[in-house]
Design a protein around this ligand. Structure first.
Ligand SMILES: *Cc1c(COP(=O)(O)O)cnc(C)c1O
Length: 405
């Protein structure tokens, strides 16, 4: 196996941005910091976020309600500070992107517009290994429309999706898939599936929870109808952070049904407090409530980090780092990698099949300070995050795995 010395040398040559983050201390093992591989579940705290939050608290203390207009970053248009960097991150126009609510709530708000079963076209296609929240969301949408969710929701293996669309596409109302699968780490061919779905007349939406901040995205060009993501995984915006949505510009200003509130009306006339809304012809028409400023602050810190470093550069480092971890794991007979071996078909996460995921993950953490994530019963996920993970972390993970598996 590659030596610790080699791992340290790789870190010197390709250092990443660990200094921008607070790496949790290790409880056990030979090193003071954890080797943190759970950024696909909860990303680490950017150092800058504390000061940024204190500044908002100070403005609130100093200004009270005047902060809406007089804060250093006025609260009224605050969400719009996030729009351009978030749009760059997902390859969208600013008019197509807004940061609001949480992921599953946004999926529901988007399905109000984009899941409209009619006649024979009632089905929703998801992956067989879809994240449970997405499965519950689409099943409840089917029920809401008076349909039997067991009949309306079709669960497919990822390699079956294109064939199914080709043969049964006219029965599909909505294709809603994870861009990167949370369990296997597989990156789907988003442009190809999007084109195939749209070609048969289905609406296509993407859940980018595990894709955003992990792989480069070009949503505007790829042309899905909508997308949604959360900000607490690879975006490092903190537990339960405010999420993001994309609605392609071809749907702006049109007649799609939406649920509205006072943030659905255009900003310039909002405070005329008129009884009837005047929605803007942008994705902001999908907003409902005034946003939680203190919760938007960490998202702002986060998207600025991505904006500065650039997703393309991060992806290159990600491919090197995950490839290094893979090469170390390949030397260990007990390591069975479930994730596609082609770097173009995965993000940074490697999923391993193990005997008892919970127990192994616990031993890796307690005995070695290596933080992974267990998916019961038999999958351990290890995500080297290009912003803050190191080659030395990967070396520690492989060594610990070899000892414990
Ligand atoms: C993390 C994740 C969620 C979480 O949903 P919340 O609404 O943020 O609690 C949903 N779907 C997928 C695919 C996820 O990976």
């Amino acid at each position: 196996m590659s030596t610790e010395e080699e791992a340290r040398k790789l870190d010197e040559a390709d250092p990443g941005h660990r200094g921008l983050f607070r790496v949790p201390p290790a409880e056990g093992g030979a090193y003071p910091e954890t080797a943190y591989f759970a950024g696909n579940s909860l990303g680490l705290q950017p150092v800058a976020v504390r000061e940024e939050l204190l500044a908002e608290l100070d403005d609130w203390a100093r200004l009270g309600v005047e902060g809406h207009l007089a804060a250093k970053r006025p609260w009224l248009p605050y969400h719009s500070l996030l729009t351009a960097p978030a749009a760059r991150l997902v390859g969208a126009l600013s008019s197509e992107t807004v940061v609001m609510n949480s992921l599953t709530v946004n999926l529901h708000l988007l399905m109000v517009s984009f899941y409209r079963p009619a006649g024979e076209r009632t089905r929703i296609v998801i992956e067989d290994s879809a994240f449970p929240s997405d499965s519950y969301a689409v099943r409840s949408q089917a029920r809401f429309h008076g349909l039997d969710p067991d009949a309306a929701v079709v669960r497919l293996e990822t390699q079956e999706i294109l064939d199914f669309l080709a043969t049964e596409g006219e029965t599909v109302a909505l294709v809603l898939l994870g861009g990167v699968n949370y369990r296997t780490g597989e990156l789907l061919d988003i442009p190809r599936i999007t084109a195939a779905g749209r070609a048969v007349g289905a609406v296509v939406g993407w859940d980018l929870a595990h894709a955003v901040g992990n792989v480069p995205l070009r949503l505007h060009d790829w042309g899905p109808d909508f997308a949604a993501w959360c900000s607490y995984k690879y975006l490092n915006a903190g537990p339960g952070a405010v999420a993001g949505v994309f609605v392609h510009e071809r749907h702006h200003g049109g007649g799609l049904p939406r649920f509205e509130g006072w943030w659905s009306t255009e900003e310039s006339t909002r405070f005329e407090m008129a009884p009837v809304s005047r929605p803007p012809s942008t994705v902001e028409a999908w907003q409902v409530s005034n946003p939680p400023i203190l919760a938007l602050t960490p998202v702002l810190t986060s998207v600025r980090i991505f904006d500065e470093i650039g997703m393309e550069a991060l992806r290159e480092r990600s491919i090197r780092l995950t490839g290094y971890l893979e090469s170390l794991l390949d030397e260990i007979p007990a390591a069975e990698v479930l994730t596609p071996r082609d770097p173009a078909r995965r993000g940074c996460q490697l999923s391993l099949r193990v005997r008892d995921a919970d127990d192994l993950s616990r031993r890796l953490r307690v005995r070695h300070g290596v933080v992974t994530d267990a998916r019961k019963p038999d999958v351990v996920r290890i995500a080297p995050v290009p912003l803050y993970s190191s080659y030395h972390d990967c070396w520690r993970a492989a060594r610990a795995f070899e000892e414990e598996a």
